[in-house]
Design a protein around this ligand. Structure first.
Ligand code: 13P
Ligand code: ZN
Length: 275
C-alpha cells in the first residue's frame, strides 16, 4: 500500500487540518506524532527507504525499534493536507532508542519536529502507563489556554480546578487533571523531561506562555481532549473579561456527586475550599 493511502496517515492528516482550522497553528506552530502499529508499518513497507541515523537528543529505550509518523520542523500545519510528503515523515528508532532515521516523507529535506524529544519521551511514558494503548501526542499553540498562563497561578491545582468549573463535561473528559510546566526553553531535553514527568499522571500538560501537549489513544480522543481543554479556557477568558468574581459556579460537592454518577475518580486535591 502507498503511505498516503493508509488509514492511519489519513487520520493524521485530518487531525492536522482540524487543528489548523481551530487557529492553533500559526506559521509552523505546533506538532503531531503517532506511534505506528506493527501491522500498519508492515502495510506500507514497500514505500519506505531509510536515510542516515541522527541523534534524537534524548534516550527512549522503551521505544527502541518503533516507527512514528511525525510533522516536520518548520513545516506548516496548514500545508499538511495539500503537500503531506513535504510536511510530514515516518521515522524509525534504533535498537537503543538513541537515534532516528527518516524512512518516508520530507521530500524537500528537513528534519522531524524540534519537539521530537518531548514527543518521544511522552510516548515512552504513555506506552508504559497505558500498556501500549496510547499512540498520539499533540502539541498546539492554543490561544485561550496560553492567555490563562499569564493570570492564573502556574499550579496544577489552580488550572485543573478553574477549567473543570467552566464546563460540566471537563472533569469527565480529563478526570486526572492538568499539569503545568513553568516557562522553559522549548525544543530540548530539559522541557521534555519536565513534560514527560507530568505525563506519568496527566493526559494534558500546559507549557506556560507557549501552548499545550495532549496524549491519547487515537486521533479522535487526543484532538477531542485538546478541544475540550481549550474551549473551557475560552469560557474562563470570557468570564474573567466580564468580572474577576464568579457569581455562582460548580462547587466541590457537585464534583463529588458528578464523579459518582459518571464513574470517574476526581483527586481530592483539586476539590479544595476557596476563600
Ligand atoms: P517545529 O516547527 O520544530 O515543530 O516547532 C514548532 C513548535 O511549536 C515548537 O514548540
Ligand atoms: Zn510550540
Amino acid at each position: 500500500m502507498k503511505v498516503l493511502e493508509a488509514a492511519f496517515v489519513k487520520g493524521f492528516i485530518r487531525m492536522a487540518t482540524d487543528g489548523w482550522e481551530q487557529g492553533w497553528h500559526e506559521r509552523n506552530g505546533g506538532n503531531l506524532s503517532y506511534r505506528i502499529k506493527a501491522e500498519e508499518i508492515g502495510s506500507v513497507q514497500e514505500e519506505l527507504s531509510c536515510k542516515e541515523w541522527q541523534p534524537i537528543g534524548t534516550t527512549v529505550p522503551d521505544l527502541a525499534g518503533e516507527y512514528f509518523l511525525v510533522t516536520g520542523s518548520g513545516k506548516y500545519m496548514r500545508n499538511v493536507e495539500i503537500k503531506p510528503e513535504d510536511s510530514i515523515c515516518i521515522v524509525e528508532l534504533d535498537d537503543k532508542g538513541e537515534r532516528y532515521r527518516t524512512c518516508w516523507g520530507l521530500v524537500n529535506g528537513g528534519r522531524p519536529t524540534s519537539e521530537l524529544p518531548s514527543h518521544l519521551m511522552n510516548h515512552e511514558v504513555k506506552k508504559k502507563v497505558t500498556n501500549g494503548r496510547y499512540r498520539v501526542i499533540y502539541h498546539a499553540h492554543t490561544t485561550n489556554t496560553i492567555a490563562l498562563t499569564f493570570v492564573l497561578p502556574l499550579e496544577d491545582e489552580a488550572f485543573t480546578r478553574e477549567l473543570w468549573e467552566m464546563a460540566t463535561e471537563c472533569p469527565v473528559v480529563f478526570p486526572d487533571g492538568i499539569g503545568i510546566v513553568p516557562w522553559m526553553v522549548p525544543g530540548g531535553r530539559d522541557i521534555a523531561v519536565a513534560t514527560s514527568e507530568l505525563m506519568k499522571k496527566y493526559d494534558v500538560a500546559i507549557w506556560a506562555h507557549h501552548g499545550m501537549f495532549c496524549a491519547g489513544e487515537d486521533f479522535d480522543m487526543t484532538f477531542g481532549l485538546m478541544h475540550t481543554v481549550e474551549k473551557s479556557a475560552e469560557i474562563l477568558v470570557k468570564v474573567l473579561s466580564m468580572t474577576p468574581n464568579k457569581r455562582q459556579t460548580i462547587q466541590p460537592d457537585d464534583f463529588r456527586n458528578l464523579a459518582v454518577d459518571f464513574k470517574v475518580t476526581l483527586p481530592e486535591r483539586f476539590l479544595y475550599e476557596k476563600h
